[in-house]
Design a protein around this ligand. Structure first.
Ligand code: GDP
Ligand code: IMO
Ligand code: MG
Length: 434
C-alpha cells in the first residue's frame, strides 16, 4: 500500500490540517515527523472547529492510529491539554495515539531562553510562536536534550535537569537578565508528566514498520512549510526543524524508500506570519481583503497573517526540494471577486531577472516580483463539487499555477469545511491514493 507525505509548500498554514483530515479516511496511520505545538492545524466538520497543535489531525477519524515521531519536540503540558480536550469530546486517544520514546521534550527553561533570545535580537527578532521550539531543538543538537523516555525515570530526569540548569541559569542571568528556574520544581512537574506519558510512549519506528508489514498505509503529516524549513527556508527566519519531505525519514525512523509519494499543500495565494522576507506581500486593500475573507489570523498565536499574491518562484522551489508529485490548492474561494489576479512568475533581484529563490533573499537589497495577470471570475467557486462547476477563469487560474509551479493539481479546496473538496481529473493522486 502506498505511503504519502503531505507537506506545506509555503510559509505554513496552507490548510494542511483540513487536507490531512480529509485524506485520513483513506489511510490507516497518520504520523507527525517534526515541529511541535508551534503548529496549528484547523479542521472543521459538522460546523465544529478543531485546532490541533501536536496530535496528528488523523485523530478525528475514529479507529485511525496516530504517531508523534522522534523528530517532534513535545511540550507535555500542551500535549495533555490537547489530549484532555479531545477525550472530553469523546475522541479516544488511549491505545491509538503513540509518542516516540525518543522525542525531545520542551522544558520551561526553553521558554525563558527563547524570550531572552528574541528580545536580544531586537528589530531582527524572528517573531517565533514563543512555544520554546528553537531552544528545544538547540538542546537536541547540542546533545543536552531531555527525551520522553528520560522523564519516566526520576533519577535520570533529575540528573539531566540539574546538569542543564547549571548552564541555563547562568545563561539566563548573565546574557538575558532573566530569572532562574528551580530544578526541584521542574523535576517534580516532569515526573508527573512522565507518569502520564508512560501509557503513550512507544518505539514508534517499530510501530510504523509493523503497520507497513501488515499492509497498512501511512500518511506522513508535515507541520510548518517548505520556506520555514531550517535548511531550505528563508534562513534565519525559519523554524528549527526539517519541515520538508526529507524530514519524514529521520523524524520517524522509516527509510526514504517507504515514502511513495509527496503531496504539496499550497494556498491559492500566499500568507506568512512572523518576520522574514515575503516577496509577494501586499500592504494594500487587496492584502486586507485576503486577510478578511480568508480569516488570516494565526491558529496558534492569533497574530494577523501577512497576505499576498501566489508566488510561483517559491512554489517551484518547494516542488523541487520536496519532490512534490501533486499539489492540493486550498482557499480558492477566497479569490472570488478579485479581478485581476496576479501570479508571481519570477523575481527581479537588483535589476536582474531571477527564476530561483536567491539564497540571500533575507539580505538582497531589492527583490521585485515579476507578475503575470490572470482574469478573476464573476460568481463563486463555493459549493462546486467538480471542476466543471468552476467558472472558466478559476480553472484557467489553477492551470496556470500548475504550469508555473511545475506540478499537477490533484485537489482544489473551496471552503474550510471537510466536504469542500474538488477532485481534479487525471491527476497523480488517482494512483497515490487509491
Ligand atoms: P495548517 O496549519 O496548514 O493546517 O493551516 P491552518 O489551519 O493554520 O490555516 C488554514 C485556515 O484555512 C484554517 O482556518 C482552515 O479552516 C482554513 N481553510 C482550509 N482550507 C480552506 C479553503 O479551501 N477555503 C477556506 N475559505 N478556508 C480554508
Ligand atoms: P503550521 O503547522 C505558520 C513561524 C513563526 C515564526 C517562525 C519560527 O500551522 O503551518 P517557531 O516558533 O517555530 O520557532 O517560529 O516560524 N511558524 C509558523 N508559521 N504556521 C506554522 O505552523 C508555524 N510554525 C512556526 O511564526 O515566523
Ligand atoms: Mg497553521
Amino acid at each position: 500500500m502506498p505511503n504519502l507525505a503531505l507537506v506545506g509548500t509555503q510559509w505554513g498554514d496552507e490548510g494542511k490540517g483540513k487536507i490531512v483530515d480529509w485524506l485520513a479516511e483513506r489511510f490507516d496511520v497518520i504520523a507527525r515527523y517534526q515541529g511541535g505545538n508551534n503548529a496549528g492545524h484547523t479542521v472543521i466538520y459538522d460546523g465544529v472547529k478543531q485546532v490541533l497543535h501536536l496530535v496528528p489531525s488523523g485523530i478525528l477519524r475514529p479507529g485511525k492510529e496516530c504517531i508523534i515521531g522522534n523528530g517532534v519536540v513535545v511540550d507535555p503540558e500542551a500535549l495533555f491539554k490537547e489530549i484532555d480536550r479531545l477525550e472530553e469530546q469523546g475522541i479516544a486517544t488511549r491505545g491509538r495515539l503513540w509518542v516516540s520514546d525518543r522525542a525531545h521534550l520542551i522544558l520551561p527553561y526553553h521558554h525563558g531562553i527563547e524570550l531572552g533570545s528574541e528580545q536580544r535580537r531586537g528589530e531582527h527578532a524572528i517573531g517565533t510562536t514563543s512555544r520554546g521550539i528553537g531552544p528545544a531543538y538547540q538542546d537536541k543538537m547540542a546533545r543536552s536534550g531531555i527525551r520522553a523516555i528520560d522523564c519516566v525515570d526520576r533519577d535520570v530526569l533529575a540528573r539531566k535537569v540539574r546538569a542543564n540548569l547549571g548552564v541555563v541559569n547562568d545563561l539566563l542571568h548573565h546574557l538575558y537578565d532573566r530569572p532562574p528556574f528551580d530544578a526541584d520544581e521542574i523535576i517534580e512537574q516532569y515526573t508527573h508528566w512522565g507518569e502520564r506519558l508512560a501509557e503513550y510512549l512507544a518505539d514508534t519506528s517499530v510501530r510504523l514498520h509493523t503497520a507497513m508489514g501488515e499492509g497498512r498505509n501511512i500518511l506522513f503529516e508535515g507541520a510548518q512549510g517548505t520556506h520555514l524549513d531550517v535548511d531550505h527556508g528563508t534562513y534565519p527566519f525559519v523554524t528549527s526543524s526539517s519541515a520538508t519531505a526529507g524530514g519524514v525519514s529521520s523524524g520517524l525512523g522509516v527509510g526514504p524508500n517507504r515514502v511513495d509519494g509527496v503531496l504539496g499543500v499550497t494556498k491559492a495565494y500566499t500568507t506568512r506570519v512572523g518576520s522574514g522576507p515575503m516577496p509577494t506581500q501586499l500592504d494594500d486593500e487587496v492584502g486586507q481583503q485576503l486577510r478578511d475573507v480568508g480569516q488570516e489570523y494565526g491558529a496558534t498565536t492569533g497574530r494577523p497573517r501577512r497576505c499576498g499574491w501566489f508566488d510561483g518562484v517559491a512554489a517551484r522551489y518547494a516542488v523541487r526540494v520536496n519532490g512534490c508529485d501533486v499539489f492540493v490548492v486550498t482557499k480558492l474561494d477566497v479569490l472570488d471577486s478579485i479581478d485581476p489576479l496576479r501570479i508571481c512568475v519570477a523575481y527581479e533581484v537588483d535589476g536582474v531577472r531571477c527564476e530561483e529563490m536567491p539564497a540571500n533573499i533575507t539580505s538582497a537589497t531589492t527583490i521585485t516580483p515579476i507578475y503575470e495577470d490572470c482574469p478573476g471570475w464573476e460568481g463563486s467557486v463555493i459549493g462546486a463539487r467538480s471542476p466543471e462547476e468552476f467558472p472558466a477563469e478559476a480553472r484557467a487560474y489553477l492551470a496556470r499555477i500548475a504550469e508555473v509551479s511545475g506540478c499537477p493539481i490533484g485537489i482544489a479546496s473551496n471552503g474550510a469545511d471537510r466536504e469542500a473538496i474538488v477532485m481534479m481529473p487525471d491527476s497523480p493522486l488517482d494512483v497515490l491514493v487509491p
